[in-house]
Design a binder for this molecule. Structure first.
Ligand code: SAH
Length: 231
């Protein structure tokens, strides 16, 4: 059982973290997240372990938070929504695990850890060395053997792991790189933020089917920019 009691002194949390996490998950379910596997992952992964101790007491509020290097961890609601969308790809049973998944933008590693609970294999790539290292430290004690963290520019995707059942991006550009779509398996789904009009970003879903690419533009979101090269 991962629902162990966390020492308030060590975590900066004034409450048993499993209790606050289950309250968060209840709210996620009320706000429309239905996928049991996603809800269970949100219950299992300790979000406060991915944050600075000074921010740990806000870990289970539905808010985005700074993770250093000018980057942010997304709100639990957005993370759950995106993973649920990813798992609703064509030919996927909502009860089973996803196959191989690629995440662009590891950040602190929180979403990567969640993905490792709902997929068979996860590759997650980060372009900022310091964040890649931080994510590795965060993830190490969690022993997620199916999660592979990579340092590099995710703009080209990660061809060695392709084809992917799912591709998910935590940073948004002006379009979806062609490599990502190429590396998607037939029947696979991509979920990413993208600028649709100047200054406004939306969640985009791309399904790769035998008859071609189907693109759906969903709600407005607010992600950090997708950048080229490493830092
Ligand atoms: N999923 C992350 C969110 C991190 S924010 C989490 O749970 O913490 C988005 C991340 O995308 C940032 O860390 C940023 O450095 C990274 N990023 C932006 N452009 C990228 C690129 N081309 N390749 C890899 N990572 C990128």
């Amino acid at each position: 059982k991962q629902n162990s009691v966390v020492s308030p002194a060590a975590s900066g949390l004034g409450l048993d973290s499993a209790t606050v996490r289950s309250t968060m998950v209840k709210k996620l379910a009320e706000s429309g997240v239905e996928d049991e596997m996603v809800l269970n992952a949100m219950l299992a992964v300790e979000r406060h372990k991915f944050l600075d101790t000074a921010l740990a007491n806000q870990a289970y509020e539905d808010t985005s938070l700074p993770i250093g290097f000018g980057q942010t961890i997304s709100k639990p609601n957005v993370v759950a929504r995106m993973i649920e969308l990813l798992r609703r790809g064509k030919n996927l049973k909502i009860t089973g695990k996803l196959g191989r998944v690629l995440e662009i933008g590891t950040g602190c590693g929180y979403q990567a850890a969640l993905l490792s609970h709902v997929s068979q294999e996860v590759y997650s790539i980060e372009r900022i060395k310091g964040l890649y290292e931080r994510a590795r430290e965060n993830i190490r004690p969690m022993r997620l053997g199916n999660l592979h963290l990579l340092f590099g520019d995710g703009m080209q995707g990660y061809a060695s792991g392709a084809p992917y059942a799912g591709i998910i991006a935590a940073a948004g550009g002006d379009n979806i790189p062609a490599e990502w779509i190429e590396q998607l398996a037939e029947g696979g789904r991509l979920v990413a933020p993208m600028s649709v009009t100047k200054g406004s970003q939306s969640l985009v879903v791309i399904d790769k089917t035998s008859s071609g690419i189907q693109k759906t533009v969903l709600e407005q979101v607010n992600f950090v920019p997708l950048l080229t090269g490493v830092a």
